[in-house]
Design a protein around this ligand. Structure first.
Ligand code: KIV
Ligand code: ZN
Length: 513
């Protein structure tokens, strides 16, 4: 029987901890639910001691998300382990994930400890954590630059102290595949009690080898891979979940292993993470990039039409990208939209469906046909279950190359009132956002990031929609928003309002999650 590889997802910890990827609590819960549906075995929900916000999200995920193990990261100290345990104790399957550096450079300059001191801390803290929680993972930070003999000693000791998963990180993305596989083989051959633990790997992508190193480790006997959706993570990112899983799946003949991942949920989960973080994938990203299944050259198109396998090693359907020719338009009803949403893998609440349906009708008035890609954009514009404290009612722009842009924006406020303001700005979007700021009193809000993408892979460019992502900050906290419209200025205003609604929701806490 094929060996089962566990997928440990750290999008919400290593992914989220990288600059520009922060998510709010609502988005984290939403992503965690999607990861559980995707079939990951372990969700690393955060680093509980890191901040009250991190603690709260690890605890909320532990209490809400079922069918998976929920882990919190902890340094090898009692304080960290206590916080991690308090945050995960209500999970169906809680795990404490302790890490401690074992490389000479980290021990000397970061920890300022001798190898013997590190050995003692590792052993004591693994035992301390095991007294609280039945599932302990121990990571040897910077393992790929550590002395193998020292690692064997520590691994044997922490397994004896109660660790049941040993994680070998290539923390700085330094290892080469054959070399990394050799580290795993060395551990299997030299640690006498290794059969009592699962060997895990955790790779970073500094040299573009995170996926290759993880796969080489699987071939060498690792049974758990740590990864993130879209390869998010520190610096150049972590091992990309979708790439590792689709390698194992597409080349089962080579790896002869299985995972618990439902690959048809990959595309949707990738989209959800892009939306929650505001970080899009590059178009040529393997598996989930916009062009991953696009055949541009005539020769390739000809081949694919004759037999898809000529140029497609995996089908778009296998990652949940359906090729569906049935089109929706302005005569389509709510039921047809609901069916299409569920076909595309979206489970939406009644409230979200109402909102998406209203936007769908607006869009169908402007476009002849509404494609699956349009519908995905509408879903991502619906912004979870966050109430619309402010909704765009109408706007008028006066702009050009030789005049100062002016915008008149009218918003519908949650109490039903309409408020209109006029503002000038550096271009039509800037003027519009300034008008919004005047309405909501948003002078302390800073726009951190802004990106616009034209969406429509199916129809001609003439019918395309603009999809805008924005990130705003206030008092050091961050919120993301996105907006979709056939008008790019409107998509910008909607994105800004979506981030403002997320901020208001969190700061006012008016509705419970
Ligand atoms: O990269 C790393 O070493 C880590 C550990 C905390 C597992 O993220
Ligand atoms: Zn890492």
């Amino acid at each position: 029987m094929a060996r089962r590889i566990k997928i440990f997802d750290t999008t919400l910890r290593d992914g989220e901890q990288s600059p520009g990827c922060s998510m709010n609590l609502k988005d984290k819960l939403d992503v965690a639910e999607s990861l559980a549906l995707l079939g990951v075995d372990i969700i690393e929900a955060g680093f509980a001691i890191c901040s009250p916000g991190d603690f709260q999200s690890v605890q909320a995920i532990s209490r809400q998300v079922r069918g998976v193990t929920v882990a919190s990261l902890a340094r090898a100290t009692e304080k960290d382990i206590d916080a991690a345990w308090d945050a995960v104790r209500d999970a169906e399957n809680p795990r404490i994930h302790i890490f401690l550096a074992t490389s000479p450079i980290h021990m000397e300059y970061k920890l300022k400890k001798t190898p013997d001191q590190v050995f003692e801390i590792a052993k004591t803290m693994a035992a301390y954590a095991r007294n609280k929680c039945g599932d302990i993972e121990f990571s040897l930070e910077d393992a790929s630059r550590s002395d193998p003999a020292f690692m064997y000693r520590i691994i044997e000791a922490v397994i004896n102290a109660g660790a049941s998963t040993i994680n070998i990180p290539d923390t700085v993305g330094y290892a080469e595949p054959e070399e990394f596989a050799g580290i795993i083989r060395g551990i299997k051959e030299n640690v006498p009690n290794i059969d009592r633990a699962v060997i895990s790997v955790h790779c970073h992508n500094d040299l573009g080898l995170a996926v290759a190193n993880s796969l080489a480790a699987v071939r060498a006997g690792a049974d758990q891979v740590e990864c993130t959706i879209n390869g998010l993570g520190e610096r150049a990112g972590n091992t990309s979940l979708e790439e590792v899983v689709m390698n194992l799946h597409t080349r089962k003949d080579y790896f002869d292993v299985v995972t618990g991942i439902d690959t048809t949920k990959i595309y949707q989960t990738s989209k959800k993470v892009s939306k929650a973080t505001g970080v899009r994938c590059q178009p040529n990203k393997a598996v989930v990039g916009e062009n991953a299944f696009a055949h541009e050259s005539g020769i390739h198109q000809h081949g694919v039409l004759a037999n898809r396998a000529t140029y497609e090693i995996m089908t778009p359907e296998s990652i949940g990208l359906p090729h569906n020719k049935m089109v929706l338009g302005k005569h389509s009803g709510r039921h047809a939209l609901e069916e299409r949403l569920s076909y595309l893998g979206y489970q939406v609440s009644e409230d979200q469906l109402n909102r998406i349906f209203t936007d769908f009708k607006d869009l169908a008035d402007k476009k002849k046909t509404v494609s699956d890609r349009d519908i995905e954009a509408l879903v991502s514009g619906a912004h979870g279950g966050i109430p619309e404290y402010y909704k765009l009612d109408r706007f008028v722009i006066n702009s050009g190359s030789s005049i100062t842009s002016t915008a008149i924006v009218r918003l519908k406020v949650k109490d039903g009132s309409l408020v209109e303001k006029v503002a000038i700005g550096d271009g039509p979007i800037d003027a519009s956002l300034n008008a919004v700021d005047k309405i909501i009193g948003g002078s302390e809000i800073k726009l951190e990031d802004f990106s616009l993408q034209i969406v429509d892979a199916v129809d001609t460019g003439a019918d395309a929609q603009g999809e805008t992502y924005m990130r705003i900050t206030r008092d050091g906290r961050t919120w993301n928003g996105n907006g979709v419209s056939t008008d790019v200025v409107e998509s910008g205003i909607k994105a800004y309002l979506s981030a403002i609604n997320a901020m208001t929701y969190e700061l006012e806490g008016a509705e419970k999650i």
